[in-house]
Design a protein. Structure first.
Length: 169
């Protein structure tokens, strides 16, 4: 599904009061199109509806009309610049950002994170421990299903074994 079609669904979700669904659609768009500044701004707006200034600041960070109090909440929630660089979820060089403002913010954050890490960092290569809000993916989903299947298998085998023991008694 393309950006425009998904954004139309986001608007329909919001009009119907399905804010969590709209948020998830926008998170998926940011994951698929991390360089689309408009999608990031729209996600920030949805987080404002949730009353989550740190997340609104996270997603509006690259927008010149960002709210300073939200950016401050974002920085307070993610005080480590390396983690902050990771959760901004940018991919590729900052030179590819659509606006000069975004390029400057990305370069500033990368420099700050590189100083904190005491080594040069690139976008997508920070690899800090991520919080629940970091973009997941198919690998995380498959890992979760793999763990679930393993638990079901172990419990099933334990049940079969218990039945066999009871029959022997």
């Amino acid at each position: 599904m393309g950006i425009e079609r998904t954004l139309a669904r986001v608007e329909a979700d919001l009009a119907a009061g399905r804010v969590p669904v709209a948020r998830q659609r926008l998170r998926g768009l940011v994951g698929s199109f991390p360089r689309d500044l408009g999608v990031r701004v729209r996600l920030a707006e949805v987080y404002r509806l949730y009353g989550e200034p740190a997340q609104a600041g996270r997603w509006s960070l690259l927008d010149p009309d960002r709210r300073p109090e939200e950016v401050a909440a974002f920085v307070a929630r993610y005080p480590d610049p390396v983690e902050r660089m990771h959760v901004v979820a940018w991919r590729g060089p900052e030179e590819e950002a659509a606006t000069a403002f975004a390029r400057e913010r990305l370069a500033e954050l990368r420099r700050e994170a590189s100083r904190a890490a005491d080594r040069p960092l690139e976008w997508g290569a920070t690899n800090p421990s991520a919080e629940e809000e970091s973009p997941g993916g198919i690998r995380d989903t498959l890992a979760g299903w793999g763990c679930f299947a393993t638990v079901v298998l172990v419990l099933g085998l334990a049940g079969i074994g218990a039945c066999a023991v009871i029959r022997w008694l």
